[in-house]
Design a protein around this ligand. Structure first.
Ligand SMILES: [Zn+2]
Length: 143
């Protein structure tokens, strides 16, 4: 397969897709946490392994919001028809890294929660319920 896009151009494209994809889902969860009165979290936590999207320090809960494409969601993994091998490898290595980070955090006593982009879109209340359950807090508004 002939690659028609330069390496530089490709990494620009990837950076654009990556930040955009992550950002919108992150902001979505951020809004949900606020509207559900869930407090005690930090975003984009650089001082915790794997740089979780959200961290609840007190409860030691790390939350990752995973984009369906980049993290190889089992439902929505659609590999582009060009440069297929490249994308397959890229996504495979993302999945492997996710697993590695997950294990490391668990070893350090963190509770890890991964939320799919599609879950946030289709059933946000379900995602919130999962977070609350992990935090083990009472929230009478959530049934
Ligand atoms: Zn998905």
């Amino acid at each position: 397969m002939v690659d028609t896009v330069s390496k530089e151009k490709r990494s620009q494209m990837m950076a654009a897709v990556h930040s955009k994809g992550n950002r919108s889902t992150e902001l979505r969860l951020r809004d949900l946490l606020i509207s559900n009165n869930i407090v005690g979290w930090r975003v984009n936590v650089a001082d915790v392994i794997g740089r979780p999207d959200f961290v609840f320090d007190k409860e030691k809960v790390a939350v990752f919001v995973d984009g369906c494409f980049w993290h190889g969601c089992y439902k929505h993994r659609s590999i582009p028809s060009s440069n297929t091998e490249y994308w397959e490898n890229k996504i495979k290595s993302n999945i492997a890294r996710d697993k590695h980070v997950h294990r490391k955090l668990r070893c350090l006593g963190w509770h890890v929660l991964r939320i799919w982009e599609h879950e946030l879109e289709k059933s946000p209340q379900n995602a919130i319920r999962r977070i609350v359950r992990k935090l083990n807090r009472d929230n009478p508004d959530l049934k």
